[in-house]
Ligand binder design. Structure first.
Ligand code: TYM
Length: 339
């Protein structure tokens, strides 16, 4: 992405996260940490996407707690309402309105091709239309703010390609309106594996470590992590290159300690439990300041509420402007035709 200075104005960055409770390491490394960096340089809009979280039913009664937990995570990692707009999707009804209009330019075949749709659909006998239409709402989120760049993990790449297609189709049908959004995916952290060492770290798979977990909770999770399956006894030589615990060390442990662990693991001189202990301690330490800030926001829910209210107002102002342009371009401003 060209720098804002080159572009002459700040580029608009948009991204979102589902409220399924506090954020986990994958969310943090793949999204939240880059968001904190980007907010300093770009015109950033960050959204808690509660409407996405109910596309397959879910339990709406969990929503208030989950939204607040995620808002606390956002603020605790350092997202700053002075620098970025932080808000909840359902506070801005224009998201669902634009998604409805995008239905008109989105082929069902494109939606059926989405890997996430295919994965999720397997779990249903009767597939909710919400999981098919999910990426249309995601495109609406981004394009409502004319988002030019979207920092996400690798799992969202296909949805962002669809967003570009929708923008292109809309522009071709109704005139130039939306930018072609660029996906910002950080190679090393775009796909953090879960503690099972096989699948993407994901709340629904129960293979996560929460970023706000207390040190003993972190240990309770990390000690269950799968390591090199060929290593059975403590003195068996290990293969760090196939071990997800070693990969996770790459994000939390200094280079010297990692080099030492690598040599000792290959020689069967350090056991997996000891190796996990070091990782667990380093994760707990890295998130110490974030846990402290989270405790502050938990004790001051009025600050969280105010941030979300102010964020929603700022988001609505942009959303209204885009929607009036969209309605005009599509010829939907029929009220003005009635004299
Ligand atoms: P969600 O809520 O599943 O995840 C939020 C962000 O975290 C990233 N992420 C990961 N990155 C690396 N490794 C992992 N294991 C990992 N797990 C999650 C995701 O890639 C994402 O960036 N559909 C989106 C939410 C959304 C959105 C949007 C995103 C709705 N509208 C508009 C961007 C723009 C989702 O379910 O993300």
């Amino acid at each position: 992405m060209s720098s804002p200075a080159q572009a002459g104005r700040k580029k608009r960055v948009f991204s979102g996260m589902q409220p399924s409770g506090e954020a986990h390491l994958g969310n943090y490394l793949g999204a939240l940490r880059p968001w904190v960096q980007l907010q300093r340089e770009y015109d950033c809009v960050f959204c808690i996407v509660d409407d996405h979280a109910i596309t397959a039913g879910g339990n709406p009664a969990d929503m208030p707690k989950n939204v607040v937990d995620l808002a606390v995570s956002f603020l605790a990692v350092g997202l700053d309402p002075e620098q970025a707009i932080i808000f909840v999707q359902s506070d801005v009804p224009e998201h669902t309105e634009l998604a409805w209009l995008f239905n008109a330019v989105t082929p069902v075949g494109d939606l059926e091709r989405m890997t996430q749709y295919k994965d999720k659909a397997q779990h249903f006998e009767s597939i909710p239309a919400g999981i098919l239409n999910y990426p249309i709402l995601q495109a609406a989120d981004i394009l409502l703010y004319k988002g030019e760049a979207v920092p996400v993990g690798e799992d969202q790449r296909q949805h962002l390609e669809l967003t570009r297609d929708i923008a292109r189709k809309f522009n071709a049908a109704y005139g130039e309106t939306f930018p072609e959004t660029e996906a910002l995916i950080d190679k090393g952290v775009g796909r953090i594996l879960g503690l099972d060492g096989e699948a993407k770290m994901s709340k629904s798979l129960g293979n996560t470590v929460g970023i706000l977990a207390e040190p003993d909770e972190v240990w309770g999770r990390v000690r269950t992590a799968v390591t090199d399956p060929q290593r059975v006894r403590r003195d068996d030589p290990g293969r760090p290159e196939v071990c997800n615990v070693f990969t996770l060390h790459g994000h939390f442990t200094d280079a010297e300690t990692r080099a030492d662990i690598e040599v000792k693991c290959r020689a069967g001189e350090i056991g997996c439990v000891d190796c996990k202990r070091i990782l667990s301690d380093n994760i707990a330490e890295a998130f110490g300041p974030i846990r402290e800030r989270a405790a502050h926001y938990r004790a001051h829910p009025e600050e969280v509420r105010r941030t979300l209210q102010e964020g929603a107002e700022r988001a609505r102002a942009i959303a209204r402007e885009t929607m009036s342009e969209v309605r005009e371009k599509m010829g939907l401003d029929w009220r003005s035709a009635i004299v």
